[in-house]
Design a protein around this ligand. Structure first.
Ligand SMILES: Nc1nc2c(c(=O)[nH]1)N[C@H]1C(S)=C(S)[C@@H](COP(=O)(O)O)O[C@H]1N2
Ligand SMILES: [Mo]
Length: 261
């Protein structure tokens, strides 16, 4: 196993032990007591176990899927729940009828897809467990368009190595603009059969609190990888120049880039 991976997991544990909040790692909201808040150390311990499992399991293994009876009665919204960024507010007030998902970067055919376009593509529905890094989990049903075929249709250039998701919300006000939420995943996850751009949650249009009109589900990883309010997707060669260069909003603030569970 790579030394890097061991070190970064240890770093994470140390940070967790020192108290995430003090270091600005209070990533996901304070915990709802309903789900029972475990200590940060417990969460870190689980994370470590998750990371070990993730290293053993083949990357294309499926995340467990559940039945309708397993759905959580309430799914906790977390992070941004009502973005006030002007473009988003306008799109939301128009019920996303003029909204389009941009697809670009290292692709042969950059394109834009409306919600109606996305809904016409072959769909996949799945009931999965969402694990937040802070130690709570909820089971929800997601329906959307698998990402892989969308990328294939756009034609990935050979230099494309990652897929970047640009979100509408500013989660932290920063002077340099690095407070905008974004995420990146590699092509293995992008083409994983359970990786979908979800427009429905629990058989209803995705609510604003959970990322309307479109969010990523990347089921083999932790919650923070599941970008909400996705406005644009780009195929990229490297994420060095995005945000603070670690591949995502929370990654820039200390969390692992590969958050396998
Ligand atoms: N754009 C955006 N995506 C986001 C977040 C966010 O604040 N903004 N929070 C992340 C975190 S930490 C979690 S746990 C999940 C929460 O998804 P939910 O609100 O549907 O529970 O979204 C992830 N994706
Ligand atoms: Mo999270």
């Amino acid at each position: 196993m790579k030394r890097e991976a061991i070190l970064s997991r240890r770093q994470m544990l140390t940070r967790a032990a020192m108290g995430g909040a003090a270091l600005g790692l209070a990533g996901c909201d304070r915990l709802s007591n309903a789900t029972g808040s475990r200590s940060v150390l417990d969460a870190a311990e689980n994370l470590t176990r998750g990371a070990q499992r993730a290293l053993l399991a083949p990357r294309d293994a499926l995340a467990p899927e559940y039945g309708p009876a397993d759905l959580s009665p309430g799914f906790k919204p977390n992070g941004s729940v009502d973005p006030d960024d002007p473009d988003y507010v306008q799109a939301r007030d128009e019920h996303f009828v003029n909204w389009k998902l941009g697809i670009g970067g290292l692709v042969d055919k950059p394109t834009q897809l409306s919600l109606a376009d996305l809904r016409q593509l072959p769909a996949r529905a799945q009931i999965t467990r969402h694990d937040c890094v802070e130690g709570w989990s909820c089971i929800g049903k997601w329906k959307g368009a698998p990402l892989g075929p969308i990328l294939t249709a756009a034609g990935l250039k050979p230099s494309a190595r990652y897929i970047a998701f640009y979100c509408a919300d500013t989660l932290e006000q920063t002077l340099d603009g690095t407070g905008q939420y974004y995420e990146t995943i590699d092509l293995v996850d992008a083409f994983h059969p359970q990786t979908i751009l979800a427009y429905d949650m629990n058989d209803e249009p995705l609510p604003v609190a959970h990322g309307a009109p479109l969010r990523l589900r990347v089921e083999r990883q932790l919650g923070y990888k599941m970008a909400k309010y996705v406005m644009r997707i780009e195929a990229i060669e490297s994420f060095d120049k995005m945000g603070r260069g670690r591949g995502g909003f929370w990654e820039d603030r200390g969390y692992e880039w590969y958050a396998g569970i």
